[in-house]
Design a binder for this molecule. Structure first.
Ligand SMILES: Cc1cc2nc3c(=O)[nH]c(=O)nc-3n(C[C@H](O)[C@H](O)[C@H](O)COP(=O)(O)O)c2cc1C
Length: 389
């Protein structure tokens, strides 16, 4: 210990201490049962990776039926799923290992389709299809439906608390419904939910509000509340850094415990303004001015990569695909076994790593692979394009 700053604990404003600064970011494995209950594959996958890291954020769970975005997705949409969520929370906490388990919650909006929704039309801020091949045109949500979805985020939070999670992360990133309300591409409304940048912020802010109220009402001990955001879109019109920095400023004054900045490469610069020289994460950090801790993510793999994040004054480093390959990353670092950290896997090991075919298919759909031994493919590219951050 003592060798790396990322091994040091962090105490949130709410008093919760996280034992180190390494986070497993949310990764959908498409392995829940058809009804949205957690499967044994998922608890196995989580158990293999938990116990050592400070925080483990779950695969994203949908808060309401029409918010489902993937086959085999975890559900937090009904009280009947509380026992299922409890199994996931236990596995993610490392069976007593002290990892904080966070449930990520969302509504997919226009990024779903009528097959996943079993015949229902997708829904979004406005009736505009995502500008990608094969995407369906959603239905514009009514005011009452918007209120119902906001309430569903509160209900999902109550379920997370009752299931024993240590926190929730509101998924405001990666082009899903909350981002769709913020984006001038998907939100063309002229009522209180759209128009000016302030009005486009409203949906996300109201969700924070109801989630916080739910925590105050139901949590018997301090409960972590995080928010994930994608800084930019490349579509025209689309989210630009100017709007994002304004939103970040607002978010930094909300009752949140952390902000999670979703990018394919933690150090990337603006996707749109090529004259901007500073990495986006540092511009966001300047805007936040220490009001909230930040999680940085994107192609962080080695201990040196994670330490570079700490050196820049960012509070947490999340390792996604690297944690698929190397479930014992942090234990190896703690024991001085950095040399044995794996940066590629052998296809014959997938079962042992808890990486089932559904997850491998999903990676394939994302155009990603894990770096297979003997197969000369890079893993760094792709996530930016996929998550359109
Ligand atoms: C298989 C897979 C599933 C993902 N699922 C989610 C998800 O459910 N929610 C989310 O916010 N991001 C999701 N992401 C994005 C990751 O959280 C992370 O931001 C991204 O993989 C970049 O980090 P990395 O370079 O360390 O992998 C997923 C990524 C992968 C590879």
């Amino acid at each position: 210990m003592g060798k790396y700053k990322f091994l040091e604990p962090y105490t949130f404003k709410n008093g919760v201490t996280v034992k180190n600064r390494i986070v497993i970011p949310p990764m959908t494995e498409q392995s829940s049962l058809e009804d949205g209950s957690v499967s044994r594959d998922e608890t196995y996958y989580a158990s293999l990776r938990s116990g050592g890291v400070g925080m483990f954020i779950s695969p994203v769970a949908y808060v309401i039926r029409n918010g489902k975005g993937f086959e085999g997705q975890l559900s937090a949409s009904d009280d009947k799923f509380i026992p299922s969520l409890a199994k996931m929370a236990t596995a993610m906490k490392g069976n007593g290992g002290g990892t904080k388990a966070i449930l990520q919650i969302f509504h997919a909006g226009r990024m779903s389709n009528s097959a996943i929704l079993r015949g229902n039309q997708t829904e979004s801020a406005s009736a505009i299809a995502a500008p990608r091949e094969g995407m369906e045109t959603p239905r514009e949500l009514t005011n009452d439906e918007i209120e119902e979805i906001i309430k569903a985020f509160g209900d999902a939070t109550r379920r997370a608390i009752l299931a024993g999670f240590d926190g929730v992360e509101i998924h405001g990133a990666n082009t899903y419904l909350i981002q769709q309300f913020f984006s001038p591409n998907s939100n063309r409304r002229t009522d209180k939910w759209g128009g000016s940048v302030e009005k486009r912020m409203r949906f996300g802010l109201e969700i924070i509000n109801i989630v916080k109220k739910t925590i105050d009402e139901y949590a018997k001990k301090p409960f972590i509340l995080g928010y994930r955001i994608s800084p930019e879109e490349i579509e025209e019109p689309g989210i630009r850094m100017e709007d994002t920095l304004q939103f970040i400023d607002k978010l930094a004054d909300q009752p949140l415990d952390y902000l999670h900045i979703s990018m394919g490469n933690a150090w990337r610069k603006s996707l749109n303004d090529k004259s901007e020289d500073r990495p986006t994460i540092l511009r966001i950090k300047d805007q936040v001015k220490g009001r909230l801790p930040l999680i940085s993510v994107g192609s962080i793999q080695t201990p040196a990569d994670a330490e570079k994040i700490m050196d820049a004054g960012i509070d947490f480093a999340a390792l996604g695909r690297e944690y698929l390959r190397e479930p014992r990353w942090i234990e190896k670092v703690e024991n001085g076994l950095e040399d044995t950290i794996r940066y590629s896997v052998n296809r014959t090991e997938l079962d042992n790593l808890g990486l089932n075919p559904a997850l491998m298919d999903f990676l394939g759909i994302l155009g990603l692979d894990l770096g297979f031994e003997g197969e000369n493919k890079k893993t760094e590219n792709g996530v930016d394009a996929v998550f359109k951050d």
